[in-house]
Ligand binder design. Sequence first.
Ligand code: ASP
Length: 450
Amino acid sequence: MKIAKFGGSSLANADQIRKVCDIISEDHSRKVVVVSAPGKRNPGDIKVTDLLIRLADVILSEKDHQKELYSVIERFRGIAADLDLDQYIMDDIESDLKARSSSDHSDRSRFIDLIKAAGEDNCARLLTAYLCSIGKYAKYLDPKEAGMFLTDEYGNAQVLPETYDNLKKIAEYPGIIVFPGFFGYTLSGDVVTFPRGGSDITGSILAAALEVDIYENWTDVDAVYAVNPELVRNPYAMKEITYDEMRELAYAGFSVLHEEALSPAFRKSIPVHIRNTNNPRSAGTVIVRRRRNYEGMVTGIAGAKGFININISKYLMNREVGFVVKVLKIFADEGIPFEHMPSGIDSVSIILKQANISSEKEKRVIDRLKDELSIETINISRNLALVMIVGEAMAKTVGVTARAAGCLSRAGINLEIIDQGASEISVIFGIREEYCDYALRELYKEFFIN
Ligand code: ASP
């Protein structure tokens, strides 16, 4: 059995929905289909989820919301008309959207989630109606009936453990099951959503619960590439990548799947196959627990901007037991997460995302480090980029870091930080932000072209 999850671009209009139905029809093991809300039809378009968020905002500000409501109804109506669906489907979708819009909105976050979830929910109903109209046996499954129970963290929900057992019964249902992604229910029966992009998480939870052979994630790219395809023409398309490699790369800016989506599939070792709805013949990329073959020393290269490095030095730091704990406690007291922490004998660098530390917080932290820990020297370096090379084969190969460092030095890029991740599958270089894209191109040449 397979789970096939289709993203918003695969469901943006009637033509895309026809492609989705062809894909479902050609393989009987695609038994559970998870859908996102219709996405953008062209680069300037607005996703249904964003239209819904706008609708919720207007209702909450007690203004007339007819225009926003009809912009959503019309998106669905256009698709239903192009698919030649019966009028009753559109009547159902319209009355659902109206009922949600006029429901109690005294609790802001709960109301926003109820509205946001309408994109996936109605898309699933529409796809089911189309599958039935072309003679397939398909059933829309309400996440409440299925037992998809989540924490009551609106807009940021997490799966509750009992959900996995509840979902197992789906395996017994006949026909194709169409399951709306992105939302579930709290134990008290309210609609609650995952973070944005969360239909990937729904697919992964279903994959784990049903212990399927493969979780197919259908999107609009042929593969996961070894480097951002906006930087390099026709970059190498990976055939296989491990969950760990993917996790490292996602952290540094790869955004193929939602970050939290891998974990349920990972725990059950279910391979995740990234595929292209617009080009189903292409091989795609499979994310696995263990790789069978290594295509090269480095699997992927990624970079992210917007970091700050707070370097702390104190003579004989290594003699003060618990010193780093005290440093980190100051950051924790201020609610500031840190990303990396390379250290030396008398110094430690705390690398943070600039967006996570306001200037007031920064000042408070620095004052406390000086007053409470008598730190003598604090150097702050802003506008850093972290460039990362990732690959499981690196742990077993001599000289990869040296080769990367040599390549960056020949390119004239100064390395402010070098940090080999504890897992030995990644090496991070801290450089000035303005060199980030250049560094990525040079590293790509070094490991994939030379
Ligand atoms: N429709 C939701 C969003 O745009 C969830 C998803 O597509 O995965 O974030």
